[in-house]
Design a protein around this ligand. Structure first.
Ligand code: CDP
Ligand code: MG
Length: 773
């Protein structure tokens, strides 16, 4: 059993997760807030603590520089008092598990401790993985600020489609998926002395794969290091001058000694449940960094809420009108929901009496451009209450100061996978108890707070204890492709912390085989499989890029794949539905959503070019936000107003343009050329059929659709341009499950193309029946 060394003592109340046992249970709300608090940490004690901390940060404000103020904040963090102990533990252990409550300073401070302790000497780097892009960006930016450097220099970040690092980068925050990609190019991760796997409790699919891979890298680096040491010894005894050997070691391009030094691992988690990690990492030691957690009063609804968005809206205004100052954090399931809530809140807030304090609405979600993500950390102006609308990114990955109230509808958007049918979908599902606790804990970081759960206490009791690791509930095709690219052919035998089911692995092997990525022997095919693995895309999209190069429409597929990689570019405010629909009609293709999206992108780029931004429409916005150039501002303004007039989400589109540029780089890097089919959309639709044949659906006699690969009954999503049109056969890109299974991003195809273009998958006789109308 690993030891749990308490590293610091602090003001810790409740159950350690922000809950005060026995408080708030069954207290009604929705007009009637609970009784005044009389919690285990008395409000006065809590206020005193806040007062003390404020004194350290605010007193010298007039005289000190911003950097010094940051330093004071750093020193006040619970982790600061245990720096040397922590560093010693890291030095002593090959792998160390660090547990600490959210906000204790793990993510921002520990890497800086390691930097000071010399882990980045001799050109080596420390990688810190994050499950989410937003966290990687905001945390790297914060740490750069704390260290007084430009982000991208000593402290940088790397996320899919965006590399903000330089040769001088020493602390590299990156998504777990990016480290996996790096390992493909450099299997020993030879530039890293240490890897921190942060937010390990989230158990994303990439984190789980990294676990297994890093264990392997540690073994190989250990073995290589021992071998180097013994050859040195041998050289010394056989008379080779040690100086010559040292010269050899230091003059080689990647110094052998560095390459072969051991790789250390730090696994960081916000939840106490570390047994699994310690056991998996061969009995690794775990240390506990105590955080500050003030009591949080929990409120439940008496009866289930019919519409959680309405309930959330109501609760926000009730808090705003009736509760003492403090910011609100509202958890929502995704970008679209956040954007519509943002509009609703702003609209209603504009009708508030001028006597009521202002309400500042700030969204935070993965697709938000980085410069806007930082807004959540800025304090609201005096007399204004901030409402942060966040996805589960704010559960543990980001610690946002100033929050006193949490509203938790109890839902999260998660991947779900049915291994029998091979169907993966995005579903809004209830959170686990662990997630609900983390969410409520966000209200008690700086002082006592309140959490409003928009569900009944009975429902809370029925929630799962913890979230099922993602690897057990998603399509493994991408993971298996990556493992194969690492040369790990026995995927079933891979050292997973939690093994995915055999059937899920077999299904993903079949999937890859039908895409042509694997040979009959189950090895990566060349060049198709090896090229597919190089793309930072799901295998089906990677294959689509390759096919489109052969079919003469890679420009269009590039646009499609880029638009599929971002959240919806259309938005339709409730009060302007008709106008929004009219705007969308300008882009609509009767053939379906893919060509419609291509039309949007083409118009956008044309508009940007006319405005003077050149082909890089995305860059126009970037530079304009950072520069004072009037010309750029004009371009930026024109593009913005084009987006507004067309009810287009400028952020999503800008990101799509960025992604397009990057994938273009990958394609060209493989020596392939990007060609446009111009207006020959028939060729392009054939290419869509050849690429997405695994996602084909056919209309049935009763008017419903059947997904051909899974046999599942599906319906066309109301957001599709083909909604209500009943084409005979379609290919789709997304399956969303709400009250029924909907397909989204759809294009009509000829059913006969399927056996023609994917003969290995569709037997001709099964599909060449006449249209079932
Ligand atoms: O990783 P952990 O949850 O333990 O804490 P952290 O992310 O290192 O955050 C430590 C402190 O830095 C918190 O008090 C945050 O409020 C603050 N922080 C910030 O103000 N701005 C950021 N961009 C990141 C962290
Ligand atoms: Mg953290």
């Amino acid at each position: 059993m690993p030891s749990m060394a308490p590293l610091s003592s602090g003001n810790k109340n409740g159950d350690g997760n922000g809950n005060v046992p026995g408080r708030g249970n069954g207290v009604p709300f929705g007009g009637h807030w609970g009784p005044p608090e009389s919690t285990s940490a008395t409000p006065s004690a809590a206020n005193e603590a806040v007062g003390k901390r404020k004194a350290t940060t605010l007193l010298p404000q007039t005289r000190v520089t911003k950097r010094q103020a940051l330093l004071n904040q750093r020193r006040a963090l619970p982790i600061a008092s245990v720096e040397s102990e922590l560093v010693n533990h890291v030095k002593k252990n090959e792998t160390l598990v660090v547990i600490g409550e959210t906000g204790s300073g793990k993510t921002t401070q520990l890497p800086q401790f390691l930097h000071s302790a010399g882990f980045c000497k001799g050109g080596m780097m420390v990688a810190i993985t994050q499950p989410r892009r937003v966290a990687a960006i905001t945390v790297a930016t914060r740490v750069a600020e704390e260290m007084g450097v430009e982000v991208g220099q000593e402290v940088g970040y790397s996320i899919r489609f965006e590399d903000c690092t330089s040769p001088s980068t020493q602390l590299k925050y990156m998504t777990d998926g990016m480290l996996l990609r790096e390992a493909l190019l450099d299997p020993l991760l030879s530039r890293y002395s240490l890897v921190v796997i942060d937010e390990a409790h989230e158990r994303t699919i990439h984190t789980d794969v990294l676990f297994g891979l890093l264990k392997g890298v540690q073994k190989r680096r250990q073995a290589a290091s021992t071998a180097t040491k013994s050859s040195k010894k041998k050289a010394a005894t056989t008379g080779v001058a040690l100086k010559d050997l040292q010269n050899l070691l230091t003059t080689s391009k990647t110094p052998l000694e560095k390459k072969n030094s051991a790789l250390k691992l730090v696994v960081m988690s916000a939840t106490l449940d570390t047994k699994g990690f310690c056991e998996y990492f061969n009995g690794a030691e775990a240390v506990y960094v105590q955080g500050r957690q003030f009591p949080v009063e929990i409120f439940y609804t008496f009866t289930p809420e019919a519409d959680y968005l309405d309930a959330a809206l109501l609760t926000t205004f009730q808090i705003h009108l009736e509760e003492i100052p403090g910011d609100i954090l509202l958890f929502l399931t995704g970008q679209e929901e956040i954007e519509s809530m943002e509009r609703l809140l702003k609209e209603r807030a504009s009708h508030l009496s001028p006597k009521v304090p202002k309400l500042l609405v700030v969204p935070i979600y993965a697709a938000l451009p980085s410069e806007q993500q930082m807004r959540v950390f800025q304090p609201a102006p005096d007399g204004t209450r901030k409402v942060i609308l966040a996805t589960n990114i704010a559960e543990t990955s980001l610690t946002i100061p100033g929050i006193r109230y949490v509203i938790d509808p109890g839902l999260v958007k998660a991947r779900a996978y049915n291994p029998r049918t091979g169907v993966e979908s995005l579903e809004v599902v209830p959170v686990s108890k662990a997630q609900a606790r983390q969410r409520s804990g966000r209200a008690g970081r700086e002082r006592p707070g309140k959490c409003f759960r928009l569900y009944t206490e009975d429902l809370y009791r029925k929630l799962e204890d913890s979230t099922v690791p993602e690897i057990k509930r998603c399509n493994l095709a991408n993971v298996v492709l990556q493992l194969k690219a690492f040369g790990i052919d026995d995927v079933l035998g891979f050292d997973f912390m939690d093994k995915p089911s055999r059937i899920a692995i077999v299904k993903s092997l079949e999937h890859l085989y039908s895409l042509g990525a694997l040979t009959d022997e189950g090895k990566l095919s060349d060049p198709i499989g090896t090229r597919m693995a190089r793309f930072p895309l799901e295998p089906m999209y990677a294959k689509a890029m390759l096919i489109s190069c052969e079919m003469g429409c890679s420009e269009e597929m590039l646009a499609t794949v880029s638009m599929m990689s971002v959240d919806s570019v259309f938005y339709a405010p409730r009060d302007k539905l008709q106008e929004a629909n009219n705007a969308r009609n300008r882009f609509i293709s009767a053939d379906g959503d893919h060509i419609t999206l291509i039309n949007v992108l083409r118009h956008y780029i044309q508009e940007a070019e006319e405005a003077g931004a050149g082909a890089g429409a995305g860059e126009a916005e970037d530079t304009s936000s950072n520069s004072n150039s009037n010309e750029n501002k004009k371009v930026f303004k024109r593009i913005r107003s084009w987006c507004t007039a067309n009810f287009i989400n400028a952020r999503s589109l800008k990101r799509a343009v960025d992604i397009q540029k990057q994938i273009r780089g990958y394609v060209e890097g493989m020596g392939l050329t990007i060609i446009s089919c111009g207006d020959d959309m028939l060729s392009f639709r054939r290419c869509l059929a050849a690429s997405f044949f695994l996602n084909a659906a056919r209309r049935q006699l009763d008017g419903t659709y059947r997904a051909l690969a899974s046999g599942q009954s599906v319906a066309i999503h109301p957001s599709s341009v083909l909604f209500g049109q009943k084409p005979d056969c379609v290919v789709f890109n997304e399956l969303v499950r709400t009250n029924r299974s909907y397909i989204r991003n759809i294009t009509r195809v000829d059913s006969l193309w399927l056996p023609e273009l994917a003969p290995h998958y569709y037997a001709a006789q099964a599909l060449n029946t006449p249209c079932q109308s």
